[in-house]
Design a protein around this ligand. Structure first.
Ligand SMILES: O=C(O)CCC(=O)C(=O)O
Length: 272
């Protein structure tokens, strides 16, 4: 897939771009079946809950590729690794992990505003995600929202749990509390897209983002995200990181390449 230079410039400036029609029906069918399998029989990292409003249900899971060959094939062999290389301008790409966000109809819970990297055991600027829509996504079914340019602000926000009542994350004294971005929406450039199945949003790991609930009566909102890292990314598991994505085989400061974060693309040069 050819990415125009203007799209790369938009990504650098805004930290997010919308890429229509990236994933074809063959992949979508395989991923939809894999999602059904995961909901029926999730692995160890599942984080589901009933909606706070009493209706609907959220099913979240991560590191799915380690359990299911279709998720693995998509993370390792779809157009995404090369796309990550293009956006990250890197000599190599490591798969970091994948994550599923299913909001069934009537799931009123918002995805709280956050930036991703404080939750993750990785340091570096070449870190990004691709969020794939498996259903038509509209504002009222939980379209993602992004604060354009916020990846450049150097602000690390304290991780907070997404589900009500979930245990808090370890406090990191270097992080600031996440502001109430809803209360200050008029002070930011908030971007969002309606999406069709197969469309992808590419976004930087430091951009502030969130999503509404799925307030529709009948339409699911299945989003599947894959995260990749480039040359400058190193392992770092400081206070506040999500324990489920730590890698016990790596020391702080180490390059990522490992069974858990495999190298999925390289430019043919000698890289680790
Ligand atoms: O799908 C959602 O509601 C949230 C997605 C998200 O935060 C992510 O992929 O980083």
């Amino acid at each position: 897939m050819v990415i125009d230079e203007t799209v790369l410039k938009d990504f650098e400036r805004d930290g997010v771009v919308y890429l229509p029609g990236v994933v074809d029906e063959g992949w979508l069918g395989r991923l939809a079946a894999a999602i059904d399998r995961d909901i029926a029989d999730p692995g160890p990292f599942v984080h589901g809950y009933q909606s706070a409003g009493g209706e609907g249900r959220f099913h979240g899971n991560m590191r799915l590729w380690e359990q299911d060959p279709d998720f693995a094939d998509y993370c390792l062999n779809s157009p995404l690794p090369e796309l990550a290389a293009t956006f990250l301008k890197t000599d190599k790409v490591n798969l970091f992990y994948d994550q599923l966000f299913v909001k069934e109809p009537g799931t009123s819970d918002r995805t709280r505003w956050h930036n991703d990297q404080p939750y993750w055991p990785v340091r570096g600027r070449q870190v990004m995600s691709f969020w794939l829509a498996l259903d038509p996504v509209t504002k009222d079914s939980g379209a993602l929202e992004f604060i354009a340019g916020s990846h450049r602000g150097g602000r690390w926000f304290q991780p907070e749990p997404f589900a009500e009542g979930a245990p808090p994350y370890e406090r990191n004294p270097d992080y600031e509390p996440i502001p109430d971005f809803d209360a200050e929406r008029d002070r930011h450039e908030i971007v969002s897209w309606e999406m069709a199945p197969g469309d992808v949003i590419a976004f930087h790991a430091m951009i502030v983002h969130g999503a509404g609930g799925n307030l529709t009566a009948f339409r699911r909102r299945r989003g599947y995200t894959v995260r990749y890292c480039g040359d400058d990314a190193v392992y770092y598991a400081g206070a506040g990181v999500h324990h489920g994505i730590r890698n016990p085989t790596l020391e702080d400061g180490a390059p990522l390449t490992s069974d858990q974060y495999p190298m999925v693309w390289n430019a043919g040069r000698d890289v680790t």
